[in-house]
Ligand binder design. Structure first.
Ligand SMILES: NC(=O)c1ccc[n+]([C@@H]2O[C@H](COP(=O)([O-])OP(=O)(O)OC[C@H]3O[C@@H](n4cnc5c(N)ncnc54)[C@H](OP(=O)(O)O)[C@@H]3O)[C@@H](O)[C@H]2O)c1
Length: 301
């Protein structure tokens, strides 16, 4: 099996590459950074520049599925210029892939694209399944909607389209968890706002297994990538402190303060999405990390 990955050099991509190589998959990857191009027996890098419509079409040779993870990080101050980059890095990259597939003979049968649970409207109680049609009114909701639309068009090429609506990815190597750990280790951690917002998390091990599962089982459609037991922000903060054996005594951090510090991006910390993983489980996928405590102990202890 040969898989082409975009964003292979990022947090999720690196973990996914390791899993696929262990399982005998040959990997082609597209990178925007020439210095990240490597060529090993089962791991070949190719250059692309979605902003300029550039792609090395050799990347498509013999590929069965594409896993599309590329996108500028959302964890950087949302200036109007950077917001444009967040959107364009996802949409232009989908467009470049689409054009390459349309214009060149290929054997690609499926594209599995990253997406995010931030598409679901901010709500403290509603349980979201993949059937939800509402879209959050925030910038992030709009980004995810446009991102999903940009991958839907691969259906026109008779390619199966899978969208992996990902929750808060827990990894010790990057993303949100190390940022949450820092203040708690210093004894100044506390929940955000009311702390009641629901965080639908997933251990990175389960997330990359889910990508592999989607390819092996030739899935088609939208799947939520969240563990079976979402928690409130308060519970998440408390569990991290408990696993690290640290006390929590500071008052909750008010929303206006985080807005001053982070600007519009602060919504990431306060928005609430209680998301169901029943659909992927009904396909036969089983999570290794169902409970937060087990996930955090594996990552932090
Ligand atoms: N981590 C999470 O909690 C989470 C949650 C929900 C959804 N997601 C989504 O999952 C995907 C992968 O996440 P991640 O955490 O692995 O992200 P990441 O560590 O930021 O890596 C993303 C990769 O995308 C490529 N990239 C960056 N800017 C780009 C640009 N302007 N144009 C084209 N490619 C660009 C880079 O690869 P090269 O340098 O090799 O080009 C980078 O390594 C992202 O789309 C992210 O939004 C992540």
């Amino acid at each position: 099996m040969k898989i082409l990955i975009t964003g292979a050099t990022g947090l999720i991509g690196t973990e996914l590459v390791a899993l696929l190589l262990q399982n005998g998959v040959t990997i082609h990857y597209l990178t925007t950074s020439k210095k990240k191009i490597e060529s090993q027996p089962n791991y070949h890098g190719f250059y692309w520049n979605p902003n300029q419509g550039i792609i090395d079409e050799n990347a498509l040779m013999g590929v069965d599925s594409i896993i599309h993870l590329a996108g500028a990080t959302i964890s950087k101050r949302w200036t109007s210029k950077y917001k444009q980059e967040i959107i364009e890095s996802r949409i232009l990259s989908s467009n470049v892939l689409f054009k390459a597939l349309k214009d060149h003979p290929n054997s690609v049968k499926q594209i599995v694209s990253a997406s995010a649970v931030g598409i679901y409207p901010d709500n403290l109680t509603k349980l979201y399944t993949e059937d939800e049609t509402g879209v959050d009114e925030s910038f992030l909701g709009k980004v995810v909607m446009k991102w999903e639309e940009s991958v839907n068009k691969f259906k026109l090429l008779n390619i199966k389209v899978v969208k992996i609506r990902t929750g808060l990815v827990l990894s010790e190597k990057g993303g949100a968890l190390p940022e949450m750990v820092k203040p708690i280790k210093m004894g100044i951690g506390s929940p955000f706002g009311s702390g009641k917002q629901i965080q639908s998390w997933i251990h990175i091990h389960d997330l990359v297994e889910m990508y592999f599962f989607a390819v092996k089982n030739e899935l088609d459609g939208v799947y939520n990538a969240v563990a079976p037991n979402p928690v409130t922000n308060k519970k998440l903060t408390q569990e991290i402190a408990s696993v690290l054996n640290k006390p929590l005594f500071m008052p909750n951090i008010p929303q206006f303060l985080m807005k001053l510090v982070l600007g519009e991006m602060h919504v990431i910390l306060f928005s609430s999405q209680n998301v169901s993983c029943k659909k992927i489980e009904s396909e036969g996928f089983s999570f290794k990390y169902k409970q937060l405590e087990k996930a955090l102990k594996q990552l932090l202890v």
